[in-house]
Design a protein around this ligand. Structure first.
Ligand SMILES: [Zn+2]
Length: 213
């Protein structure tokens, strides 16, 4: 990982820990002394005063992630490293890179380390732990599998959601992973013999799979 990226993530983690890992984005905003206003668009300025503007629909899982995304922007601005972050890549890629790092930090705010540790301790590093982490964090499955797949740098993991015949989503920190979204898997067990599988919804034939090394 690039140096400024790593430093910004470490700064955000520390700020979140200092705030006591508040579960609700409003509580984190209060701890960070950020004023949340309702507006026509989503944006964040550290100021002073620090302001996050949110569109009115703030309760669905995706909106919760959006709020943490804006707070992540504030944390990046407060780290004093935003320019270093932008300078890590070519100029035309700078904004996309900033958004990528912001989303990564938002994922860490949405699903904090202590929540992952708790459920992995209870259930092992398993699909069951992933569903419990998701339920506790009230996060989307897409955000949860991305967060958990990259949770521990030393653990290479591939987490996927399979439908009746296709892979619907994949998150992986394993450079050898060959599983891709939209792969056809008429026989899931044969396609990924080393995966641990959990039937999520028998009605809709959704299966959550985990391959960890
Ligand atoms: Zn953004």
């Amino acid at each position: 990982m690039r140096a400024a990226t790593a430093a910004v993530i470490a700064f955000a983690d520390q700020q979140y820990a200092d705030a006591g890992y508040p579960e609700h984005s409003d509580a984190l905003a209060a701890a960070l002394k950020v004023r949340v206003i309702v507006g026509d668009e989503n944006f964040a300025v550290d100021g002073p005063p620090s302001i996050v503007s949110q569109t009115p629909d703030t309760y669905a899982p995706r909106q919760r992630f959006t709020m943490f995304h804006e707070l992540a922007h504030i944390l990046i601005q407060r780290s004093g490293l935003e320019d270093d972050l932008l300078a890590e890549v070519d100029e035309e890629d700078a904004e996309a890179h900033l958004e990528l790092v912001t989303n990564h930090i938002a994922g860490r705010l949405l699903i904090p380390d202590p929540v992952i540790r708790h459920y992995v301790k209870l259930h092992g590093f398993t699909p069951t732990a992933i569903t419990e982490i998701r339920r506790q964090a009230r996060a989307s499955l897409a955000a949860t599998i991305r967060r958990v797949a990259t949770w521990q740098p030393e653990r290479e993991a591939t987490i996927f959601l399979a439908g009746d015949r296709y892979i619907l989503d994949v998150a992986s920190s394993d450079p050898w992973n060959r599983l891709r979204r939209y792969d056809r898997v008429p026989d899931l067990r044969a396609a990924v013999p080393d995966a641990e599988l959990l039937a999520l919804s028998p009605m809709r034939r959704r299966t959550l799979g985990l391959i960890s090394r």
